[in-house]
Design a protein around this ligand. Structure first.
Ligand SMILES: [Cu+2]
Length: 279
């Protein structure tokens, strides 16, 4: 084998093993990595299901692409001018036309079934253990823990502060959301000015935060760690500077944090008119 081909084969093999390592559940870092090619590793059941669905689609599109490539190569070799000097004048083939209509329909149905299953799974929230309200503002997030009655603002760190705190650039925040592991966390989103979107890739969560509306999503983190996300709806000049940071801790640490947060952060000021309406 010429050395250039051998080098290519080696590079190919290395790439395949890298992809396999990523697919086979790499250690979650909760943030995007340089040269990352796949999703961030899943840490919630919803994201695991999204990954499964993505893998199914990947197999299907790879098979279709290879099939089309094989057809193209076959036609180029078998039916070029030299190999086939007198071409056939056939214009229709009913069987073939019925087949190339029916087969894609069957493929779409095969995709639709798990797709709807996943949509229902995401939409059907289990009974929440904890509720957090995320309010998108130009350009930061405010969070409320309604059951424990406190609220705080969460601002993206400047580059200097991020470096000092060993936080990733454009992802670290000053006040982190803390949640317990293996608990269903309900996230209620809304916008204070324009539409924002609360998204954390490792959780498989992305929900628009619309002024005048309350949208609901949920996650159940099954691993400890810090997970990052970003506003995912173009909301103005500093859209790129309103990151999301969620720390998943065990129940004991959560209780300690909650006790401290109640003292540190302000009580939620319920608008008396809203309170009267919702009584
Ligand atoms: Cu935004």
């Amino acid at each position: 084998m010429p050395s250039i081909f051998r080098a290519n084969a080696l590079a190919g093999a290395a790439m395949m093993s890298l992809l396999a390592a990523t697919a086979a559940g790499a250690v979650p870092t909760g943030k995007p990595e340089p040269w990352q090619m796949d999703f961030q590793p899943a840490v919630t059941p919803v994201m695991e299901n999204i990954e499964d669905f993505h893998r199914l689609l990947l197999y299907i599109i790879t098979a279709i692409s290879l099939f089309v490539l094989a057809l193209l190569l076959w036609i180029m070799v078998r039916y070029n001018r030299r190999a086939n000097p007198t071409p056939s004048r056939t214009a229709h083939n009913t069987t073939l036309e019925v087949m190339w209509t029916i087969v894609p329909v069957i493929i779409l149905v095969i995709i639709a079934i798990p797709s709807f299953k996943l949509l229902y799974y995401e939409a059907d929230m289990p009974k929440p253990d904890l509720t957090i309200k995320a309010i998108g503002k130009q350009w930061f997030w405010s969070y409320e823990y309604p059951k424990t009655n406190f609220t705080f603002d969460s601002l993206g760190l400047s580059e200097g502060d991020a470096m000092k705190r060993h936080e990733p650039r454009l992802l670290g925040v000053d006040n982190v959301i803390v949640v317990p592991i293996n608990k269903v966390v309900e996230v209620v989103t809304t916008g204070a000015d324009v539409i924002h979107s609360w998204a954390v890739p490792a959780f498989g969560v992305k929900m628009d935060a619309v002024p005048g509306r309350l949208n609901t999503t949920w996650f159940k983190a099954t691993q400890l760690g810090t997970f990052y996300g970003q506003c995912s709806e173009l909301c103005g000049a500093r859209h790129a500077f309103m990151p999301i940071e969620v720390k998943v801790v065990n129940q004991g640490d959560f209780a300690t944090w909650l006790a401290g947060a109640k003292k540190k952060f302000a009580a939620i000021q319920t608008d008396t008119r809203v309170a009267a309406l919702t009584k």
